[in-house]
Design a protein. Structure first.
Length: 189
């Protein structure tokens, strides 16, 4: 299974007041060419899709077009997680159409995804913060931890006396405990 990891697109970023949208369009075209040439089956987008929690409309349009094109009509699975620059609700807003294209977005820690078809992939099991997906005879366990703010961690975990990294480790361990022994797995955070 060929997997491509990418992150920190920062769509909508301006440099000294100048838009970088044309550069970002070129980057996403090149990314699509690489995925097609290398026959990538899964793309992981590990946060900071946008440069701010309230991105400009042209950045959102670019994102929607890019993930649709990258999905290859649902043949390629795309996993997106929110980063510290992203607004999780904005990323999740695309879910009604994006799931048809095999795009699964995790906005907040310990989300549970619906079972069923996502493009040509199927979520066959879902846990807090993790999914087991299948296409043809291949299965992949994905443990997804979008950026958790300190406030979200306090809400998720009752023991606030531990260090941030310890608490993150507990969440990842909890989710990963659902993995079947011989299944390929990925942790994206």
């Amino acid at each position: 299974m060929k997997i491509l990891h990418t992150s920190d697109w920062h769509l909508g970023k301006k440099l000294e007041g100048y838009s970088r949208i044309e550069e970002q369009e070129k980057f996403l075209e090149e990314l699509k060419e690489i995925c097609n040439r290398e026959e990538i089956q899964v793309i992981l987008i590990a946060g900071d899709v946008y440069d701010s929690s309230n991105p400009p409309v042209e950045a959102e349009k670019l994102y929607f077009k890019a993930i649709k094109d990258l999905s290859n009509n649902g043949d390629r699975l795309i996993i997106v997680i929110a980063g510290n620059h992203d607004n999780p609700e904005k990323l999740l807003a695309s879910t009604p159409f994006s799931s048809e294209y095999g795009i699964i977005t995790f906005g907040k820690p310990l989300e549970v995804k619906e079972l069923g078809q996502y493009g040509k992939w199927e979520v066959i099991e879902s846990f807090e913060g993790g999914i087991l997906v299948k296409k043809d005879e291949e299965e992949l366990f994905i443990n997804a931890l979008p950026y958790p703010s300190e406030k979200e961690l306090n809400e998720l975990l009752s023991d606030n006396s531990k260090e941030y990294s310890e608490r993150i480790g507990e969440i990842l361990t909890q989710t990963h405990s659902h993995k079947k022994k011989d299944t390929k797995s990925i942790i994206i955070s």
